[in-house]
Write a protein that binds this ligand. Structure first.
Ligand SMILES: *Cc1c(COP(=O)(O)O)cnc(C)c1O
Length: 398
């Protein structure tokens, strides 16, 4: 999919290869002692020192663990960064970006960021005198207007949840930098296979490894990736000081997931595109939100910024809140659950689940209708997905 030129000159370094090859080889060397191909799960807390302070790179596993190091190197290579740091959850990673701020600083963030991001900004950092202005980040003038002299961070997510708005990373990074602020991008929905924000000028990339990078709905994790050694060192200080680091088994699971990221994403994208077309033509569906559809308001930007359009989509079922609830309850191929990015298809109803706390009028004004349904399109056979949705639609409308 990506045709960036691998440096064919000189010694082969995993970082020089195309992303499909980097996914499998970056940070991965056979164990020098045994020849074991796969990174061992270093279930270990502390490390022998030959003399006080004289160690072989590791002292204590909160600070560094070899399984985690291999994952960090792999993720840095995937995101076109120089350094990565892993955390015990996506929120642990997001918190660490916010640790870089001080009381009195200001943040500009998208008004449709992940709910946990909204919560930590408004209910945790607000208490520490860090104010956030939430704006429509698809409107660059609104973002410029929201910038204050004390704005230190512009937080961007793209595509966003659940309406799949696409934000212009390069333009937003420029606005951030004009104001001497950092630009952080939550790249969870797109993954580095489809979009590499550092290449567009972002300073920090955040990943919830729980989603596509892990890919199998069997672990929780997060990461921050940068292309700047000084910034990495600052992040590393908070990673170690706060201590929300993943255990080696979680790091191993994610490393197992990243190897197949490209093939999984190809299928996620293919299935989502076909399902989006099918839904778009369906009489019981009034609107489909998928950046791959030409009717999507940000289709051209998505086509430019992303290598493909991803596996997430939402649609408006033409019915009441209750009828849409019946749809999500009746599907069998699609499991009713929050989260996304695993090989299995998931379905949820924002108005009754993730966004239920928002008053109805406000929710409708934000474009989240009663019949809105979000799906994480898995890698099952797409015909089974269509049949499953058709059965659920019929049930809901009978
Ligand atoms: C899930 C998610 C997070 C939070 O990650 P956790 O691993 O659940 O802590 C952050 N951003 C986005 C876009 C997510 O989908």
């Amino acid at each position: 999919m990506s045709d960036d030129d691998p440096a064919a000159d000189g010694d082969a370094d995993a970082d020089d290869f195309r992303i499909e090859t980097r996914a499998i080889h970056a940070g991965q060397e056979p164990d020098p002692e045994t020849g074991a191909l796969m990174t061992p799960i270093h279930a270990n807390s502390t490390y022998e020192q030959d003399a006080p302070g004289d160690h072989r790179g590791y002292e204590y596993s909160r600070t560094g663990n070899p399984t985690r190091t291999d994952l960090e190197e792999n993720l840095a290579a995937l995101e076109s960064g120089s350094h990565a740091r892993c955390f015990s959850s996506g929120m642990g990673a997001i918190n660490t970006v916010l640790n870089l701020l001080s009381a009195g600083d200001h943040v500009v963030a998208g008004d449709d960021v992940y709910g946990g991001t909204h919560r930590i900004l408004t209910q945790v950092y607000d208490e520490y005198d860090v104010d956030t202005t939430f704006v429509d980040t698809t409107d660059l003038d609104a973002v410029r207007e929201a910038m204050e002299p004390n704005t230190e961070l512009v937080w961007v997510e793209t595509p966003t949840n659940p309406l799949m708005n696409v934000n212009d990373i390069g333009a937003l990074a420029e606005v951030a930098h004009e104001g001497d602020a950092l630009c952080a991008v939550d790249n969870t929905f797109a993954t580095p296979y489809l979009q590499r924000p550092l290449e567009h000028g972002a300073d920090v990339v955040c990943q919830s490894l729980t989603k596509y990078l892990g890919g199998h709905s069997d672990t929780i994790g997060g990461a921050l990736i940068v292309d700047d050694a000084d910034l990495d060192e600052r992040i590393g200080f908070y990673q170690n000081s706060v201590g929300a680091t993943p255990g080696p088994f979680d790091a191993f699971l994610v490393l197992r997931g990243t190897k197949t990221l490209p093939v999984r994403m190809d299928r996620h994208c293919e299935n989502a595109a076909e399902l989006a077309e099918w839904l778009d033509a369906h009489d019981d569906v009034s609107r489909v939100y998928y950046p791959g559809l030409e009717s999507h308001p940000h289709h051209d930007l998505a086509a430019e910024q992303m290598d493909d359009f991803g596996g997430m989509l939402s649609f408006e079922f033409d019915g009441t809140l209750e009828q849409a609830s019946t749809v999500v309850e009746e599907t069998e191929v699609f499991t009713l659950a929050e989260s996304l990015g695993g090989v299995e298809s998931l379905i949820e109803q924002p108005a009754a689940m993730t966004h239920a706390a928002i008053p109805r009028e406000e929710r409708l004004a934000a474009g989240l209708s009663d019949g809105l349904i979000r799906v994480s399109v898995g890698i099952e056979h797409v015909d089974d997905m269509k049949a499953d949705l058709q059965r659920a639609f019929d049930r809901a409308l009978e």
